[in-house]
Design a protein around this ligand. Structure first.
Ligand SMILES: [Mn+2]
Length: 467
């Protein structure tokens, strides 16, 4: 008999169920159990983990309005958890609401959004252990704030766009002893460099959900159970504009959590996406989050960001400091930027290490500042430092066939000995370069851009690279 139909006096025989909650009472515990369709409770002096699979028999009774089982027999049984989760997932209520951003890409993603929502609602219902790894910028953090409106998660900030083997080891350690945990990777993890890390995470037995908008060069869907990325349905660079934080807000909305909506334009403002309307206030909020993220290690708690957004005094102080820091570098950037190529697509470079700034703005933001100062014509800005560089490319240049992800791919092939991991979007990306070789890499990039028109044609420089 299913728990949903059970009533006072009914006999339950060998029902497969899992522990979904434990409430401590005087001298014993009250356990909530679910068979995927309904819930019952029982009292016990023994200790069971959340998610423990059981076979339970006994008689149902009514204890002041709560249906409980007077347990006759109880056997710990493994392997039940996934089955019960699946049942709940099939039955949870999804809100099929119009999406905040319109267009074909989002319509095609709806099923995947609902898939994520089902997993999260089920995790909430069953007390499932969730680990949430979010990228350390306004997009990733806004998304994490949206998802934690649905689930309680062990949230951990990721200060790199790559999910390394090191990251995976740390997470597997955290998940040790948890029953069939769910690991959520938000706003990173789809690049080639994240492949091995994701592989390990999946092999550890965790269920893996990736919500990202970076080009899927690492074929992340093969190492994940739930994969939400616009690149899966749209193979043009416009896919990147559906930011991870925005997607997370859509997942929250599908769960019925509409309070997450104000986070969507903040996420988009952070990644300079214009798929939805963004106010000046959203841009400021994104700046505040970015500023805070720069000054925080990986131990940063999500709560910390939430408080700053809610606390007017703290918020204003951070905003003033962040704006001042950006303002301060503007003159230096103007003086330091160099036009290295004048043509159908121009190239500017900026040595980010010669800009006097403390932790904020970082190298990426300095490059962005330079990008904001160049004109509207097709342009590439390269911010460089000792061991790497950062790309900012405008629409005009992309239309001329110049794309950061393609250039990085060519560099990896042709200069593999001193070009390391790199990745990102068509219009914004960064890469690591062996010390002492940045100048030659810059020269090579300028050469590629010079022949940029060729790169876009079949048989040109970019042929053979698949995006
Ligand atoms: Mn992002």
């Amino acid at each position: 008999m299913s728990f949903r139909k059970a009533g006072e006096g009914d006999e339950i025989t060998d029902a497969e169920c899992i522990i979904s909650r434990r409430i401590r009472s005087r001298g014993h515990s009250i356990y909530k159990i679910t068979d995927g369709e309904g819930e019952l409770e029982f009292e016990s002096g023994s200790y069971f983990n959340i998610g423990q699979g059981l076979k339970v028999s006994g008689k149902v009774y009514n204890d002041r309005g709560f249906l409980k089982i007077d347990v006759g027999s109880l056997k710990k049984t493994d392997g039940i958890y996934p089955k019960i989760l699946q049942k709940i997932e099939n039955n949870v209520e999804i809100k099929d609401v119009p999406l905040l951003a319109s267009g074909e890409t989002m319509e095609k993603l709806k099923e995947r959004i609902h898939g994520c929502a089902r997993k999260l609602l089920t995790a909430k219902k069953t007390g499932r252990f969730c680990l949430l790894r979010f990228h350390n910028d306004a997009d990733g953090i806004s998304g994490a704030l949206a998802l934690t409106k649905i689930i309680d998660a062990y949230a951990s900030q990721q200060n790199s766009a790559t999910y390394s083997v090191f990251d995976a080891m740390r997470d597997i350690n955290t998940l040790q002893g948890e029953n069939h945990p769910l690991a959520i990777i938000l706003d990173f993890g789809c690049g080639e460099d994240s492949r091995e890390g994701l592989e390990l995470l999946k092999a550890s037995g965790a269920e893996v959900m990736v919500i990202d908008h970076h080009p899927n060069t690492g074929k992340a869907e093969e190492k994940t159970d739930v994969f939400l990325n616009p690149w899966a349905v749209n193979d043009s660079e416009s896919a990147s504009s559906y930011t991870a934080g925005y997607l997370a807000v859509e997942v929250a909305r599908a769960c019925g959590e509409f309070g997450a909506e104000p986070l969507a334009p903040v996420a988009c403002a952070g990644d300079k996406s214009t798929i939805i309307e963004i106010s000046e206030k959203d841009v400021e909020k994104a700046l505040v989050i970015d500023y805070m993220a720069t000054y925080a290690g990986f131990k940063n708690k999500l709560e910390f960001y939430k408080k700053a957004l809610d606390n007017q005094d703290l918020y204003s102080s951070v905003l003033i400091q962040a704006k001042e820091a950006l303002e301060k570098i503007t003159e230096d950037v103007k003086a330091g930027m160099k036009k290295r190529l004048d043509g159908p697509v121009s190239v500017y470079t900026i040595d980010t290490e010669r800009i006097k700034s403390r932790e904020f703005p970082g190298k990426g933001k300095i490059t962005t500042r330079c990008f904001e100062l160049v004109g509207e014509s097709p342009t590439v800005v390269l911010g460089f430092w000792n061991r790497g560089l950062s790309f900012r490319i405008n629409d005009g240049a992309v239309q001329n066939g110049v794309r950061a992800d393609r250039i990085i791919e060519i560099l990896k092939k042709e200069m593999g000995d001193f070009v390391f991991g790199g990745g990102g979007h068509a219009r914004a990306a960064s890469m690591r370069v062996r010390e002492g070789f940045v100048d030659s890499v810059l020269d090579k990039i300028i050469e590629i851009v010079k022949e940029g028109g060729e790169a876009a044609k079949p048989g040109g420089l970019a042929s053979g690279t698949n995006f």
